[in-house]
Design a protein around this ligand. Structure first.
Ligand SMILES: NC(=O)c1ccc[n+]([C@@H]2O[C@H](COP(=O)([O-])OP(=O)(O)OC[C@H]3O[C@@H](n4cnc5c(N)ncnc54)[C@H](OP(=O)(O)O)[C@@H]3O)[C@@H](O)[C@H]2O)c1
Length: 280
């Protein structure tokens, strides 16, 4: 028997990392709309406390837990809060992430470490901390990956490495956790308009049709999680890109190479103008 939209997670408990902005905050609101109690984890504690208060005011319970996914023990503490406050854990969403941009010559080993520590090991910490409680409820795991876990983009290679790794993690975990009744949903998203781009040099695309709002992404993710889908690719142009990569990798290589060389020429021209200005 299926449950009606608006009640699909009634009484369930959902833990979300990176709930202080973007997709994580939108997911918290959407899960709460579907009847869930939420545990919100992030470093910007004032933001998750405000969100927890907002959700509590709508009639769902919510707890904010200051936590850093790169730190051992923080996720275990968040799961403890879920169990102490709400008595169970049904869904754990490994969403926290950052986007490191820059080419290999401009990045250090520590930049790569920070990227992997957050996007890959942060997700692993969420999985490991959540597993015992999820086994009790035959619950759901969600890994927020990216289109850049299927297609590597120059200038975002560190990020791509972290998201490619999530691919391997989710595919293997699906099999390993099936006997325990735990589903794994891997979300591969294209462009979603969030703060993640604010700290980078990347320009947001101007074409509306290739982007999603965080609310739209959250709506689709919650439905996929409810249905225990193994993989969700969104929005539709992302599906097209992955299809091309699978069947015509040379076409994708050519397109990326062309765009990259154009960007390099533009960068060099801008640098030359800058140098000229400094010299005068
Ligand atoms: N936006 C896109 O186009 C897009 C596309 C594909 C995939 N994604 C993925 O979606 C996820 C969410 O990103 P977003 O776009 O919603 O960006 P966002 O608005 O910048 O949100 C990132 C979240 O991650 C949290 N976070 C970062 N480092 C953390 C750490 N060490 N410990 C705990 N929390 C941490 C941030 O919280 P605090 O800073 O408060 O800790 C924030 O809540 C990321 O995994 C991202 O890679 C995004």
């Amino acid at each position: 028997m299926s449950t009606s939209v608006g009640h699909r997670f009634d009484g369930q408990v959902v833990l979300i990392t990176g709930a202080s902005s973007g997709i994580g905050a939108a997911l918290a609101r959407k899960f709460a709309n579907e009847g869930a109690h939420t545990v919100l984890v992030a470093r910007r504690v004032e933001r998750i406390e405000a969100l927890a208060a907002e959700l509590t005011a709508t009639g769902r319970r919510s707890a904010a837990v200051a936590g850093d996914v790169t730190r051992d023990g923080d996720l275990e503490r968040a799961v403890d809060v879920a169990l102490k406050e709400f008595g169970r854990l049904d869904v754990a969403v490994a969403n926290a992430g950052l986007l490191t941009t820059g080419r290999i010559h401009n990045l250090t080993l520590d930049d790569y470490r920070r990227q992997l520590e957050t996007n890959l090991f942060g997700a692993l910490r969420t999985v490991l901390a959540g597993l015992p409680a999820l086994q009790e409820t035959r619950g759901r795991l969600v890994l927020i990956g990216s289109l850049l876990g299927m297609i590597s983009a120059p200038g975002s290679t560190a990020y791509c490495v972290s998201k490619f790794a999530l691919n391997g993690l989710s595919d293997g975990l699906c099999h390993e956790l099936a006997p325990y009744g735990i589903s794994v949903t891997h979300v591969m998203s294209g462009f979603v308009d969030t703060e993640i781009y604010d700290k980078t040099t990347l320009r947001r695309p101007t074409q509306k049709w290739i982007q999603l709002s965080a609310d739209d992404a959250a709506r689709q993710i919650v439905t996929a999680v409810y249905r225990r889908k193994r993989c969700l690719i969104l929005p539709w142009p992302t599906k097209l890109a992955i299809l091309l990569q699978r069947h015509f990798p040379q076409v994708v290589y050519f397109a990326i190479n062309r765009a990259f060389r154009k960007a390099t020429r533009q960068r060099e021209a801008e640098a030359a103008v800058q140098t000229g200005k400094t010299a005068t």
